[in-house]
Design a protein around this ligand. Structure first.
Ligand code: BG6
Ligand code: MG
Length: 229
């Protein structure tokens, strides 16, 4: 069987941590008098911690000293970690473990491609780290999604060409990064939000083994785009 590289985003794809990022950013925005909506939150998904705070300040038309900026970033992470510390395997999103196991059974390569600097401890908490051949996270990249760096590094770490890689993403920025990297982009979530993806599924329960096998064999590729599912 051909070997493809399956690159998973973490937050909102493997684990339901997107809601914790949202709660922590909302609290931070309100603490500096900035309004924060769910629509704005969509624009922060997949985006690095630094870039997220910059965007919130832009929306609030406000600025901070470097020391205040660093202080708020630390506070946001502290708040976020208070949720993360309570996590266990029950917060793995539906059918993710089964999908990882199926890919392993099919002898495929698996990488993590996340913007988060907390990715490794989270994978350990939910006991999935052993399923990954490579992990690329927020500590390993200098450019935030939608820049493709994180996924290109993932492909390199797996020893595969970008065109042989498939990305699972819940964020607009991540789908754009995968498309720029010339990888098959698979959106996990709302099709109205993720319409730039090559394929979109509400969650992994909707993705058949047949679809995955067609991707591995090349029957489905980037050009097939939304026609066969
Ligand atoms: C991404 C999340 O995976 O990681 C973003 O979608 C988050 O919401 C980013 O800001 C950085 O995460 P962390 O854990 O390093 O603050
Ligand atoms: Mg995500």
């Amino acid at each position: 069987m051909t070997k493809k590289g399956f690159i998973f985003d973490l937050d909102g794809v493997i684990v339901d941590t997107a809601k914790y990022h949202f709660l922590a950013w909302k609290k931070l925005a309100h603490s500096i008098g900035v309004d924060f909506t769910e629509t704005q939150n969509e624009q922060l998904k997949g985006v690095s911690r630094v870039r997220s705070l910059e965007k919130i300040l832009e929306w609030g038309n406000t600025s901070l000293s470097e020391a205040e900026f660093q202080n708020l970033m630390a506070k946001k992470n502290e708040d976020y970690l208070s949720y993360i510390n309570k996590m266990d395997a029950s917060e793995i999103l539906p059918h993710v473990s089964q999908t990882l196991d199926f890919l392993i059974e099919c002898n495929q390569s698996i990488a993590l491609g996340s913007a988060s600097k907390n990715a490794r401890p989270i994978l350990e908490k939910v006991n999935l780290h052993s399923k990954f051949d490579a992990i690329v996270d927020g500590n390993d990249v200098s450019k935030a999604k939608p820049d493709p760096e994180v996924f290109l590094n993932g492909a390199k770490a797996l020893g595969l060409e970008p065109k042989d890689c498939i990305v699972f993403e819940d964020s607009v920025a991540g789908i754009q990064a995968a498309n720029t990297a010339d990888m098959i982009s698979i959106g996990i979530g709302d099709q109205n939000v993720l319409h730039e993806a090559d394929f979109i599924f509400k969650d992994f329960t909707e993705m058949s083994q047949e679809f995955i096998l067609d991707i591995i064999s090349g029957t489905i590729d980037k050009q097939t785009k939304n026609t066969s599912i």
